[in-house]
Design a protein around this ligand. Structure first.
Ligand code: KIV
Length: 271
């Protein structure tokens, strides 16, 4: 007798309910094969627009298009079963107006099957977050170091070193929470401020270069795998994938050059 096993995905309300509870495990994922692995352990798989820099060697995330995000979002949804897939809205796809943001976010959700989208910005995006949340689109917000604003921020700089600016960053956190975001990424925010925000707002905070007191953490998968030769300072590197690939490619090249790879008689045999 066969039995169908339905594996339900983590939802935005479930993540929202994790405030102050078991820490939320989040990682980026850009393709089906990494999604399959990340899905075994993470609550959230973020299809981050960091893919522009990590996969496509762009200098910033500004050149990433909606079509690229949809293509990678589809791959991650196909490759995963359990985790909530969140897709980043790329630069230029949501800032103009709440209506434009809705049109593009609805396209992302319809075409990828993801569970939520992420947008960068605090107070200035609150109206859009409310507009989307009230119309069936769960929004993860992203404040602090927002890479899409690199040109106005003047670089990838830690936010909140000047305590005079803390009230502005706190206002961003409160605004996205009040507007209905189900969680917020705190990127590159000095530790004591990220900790204070985590204590003060009622939605889960997901830190990246933030604080252990955040309700969850996210890293770019390739950074923590040891795939990036120069990961950001805050990243703990858990793997040696870059070195593993290098060793495998080297061994392959040596086999090819020495004509010691399997001959034709083996190549087409099924294992
Ligand atoms: O694009 C991305 O990968 C992100 C995470 C770093 C939070 O936004």
């Amino acid at each position: 007798m066969s039995q169908e096993i339905v594996i339900r995905r983590v939802t935005a309300p479930e993540i929202r309910a994790r405030k102050g509870g078991e820490p939320i495990v989040a990682l980026t994922s850009y393709h089906a094969h990494t999604a399959r692995i990340v899905d075994n352990h993470a609550d959230i798989l973020l299809v981050g627009d960091s893919l522009g820099m990590v996969l496509y060697a762009m200098e910033s995330t500004l050149g990433v298009s909606l079509d690229m995000m949809i293509m990678h979002g589809k791959a991650v949804v196909r490759g995963s079963k359990r985790g909530m897939v969140v897709v980043d809205m790329p630069f230029g796809s949501y800032e103009e107006s709440p209506a434009a943001a809705f049109r593009n976010a609805a396209r992302v959700m319809q075409e990828t099957g993801c569970g939520a989208i992420k947008i960068e910005g605090g107070v200035r995006m609150a109206e859009t977050i409310r507009f989307l949340s009230e119309r069936g689109i769960p929004v993860m917000a992203h404040i602090g170091l927002t890479p899409q604003s690199i040109n106005t921020l003047g670089g990838f700089k830690t936010q909140g070193r000047d305590t005079a600016l803390w009230p502005l960053i706190k206002a961003d956190a409160k605004a996205v929470s009040d507007a209905g975001a189900f969680s917020v990424v705190l990127e590159g925010i000095v530790e004591p401020l990220a900790a204070e925000i985590s204590r003060e707002i009622p939605i889960p905070t997901i830190g990246i270069g933030g604080s252990k007191e955040c309700d969850g953490q996210i890293l770019v998968l390739e950074d923590m795998l040891g795939y990036n030769p120069r990961p950001p300072k805050f990243v703990k590197v858990y793997g040696t994938v870059g070195a593993g690939i290098d060793a495998a490619v080297k061994a392959y090249a040596e086999d090819v050059r020495a004509r010691t790879f399997p001959g034709d008689e083996n190549v087409y045999l099924l294992k």
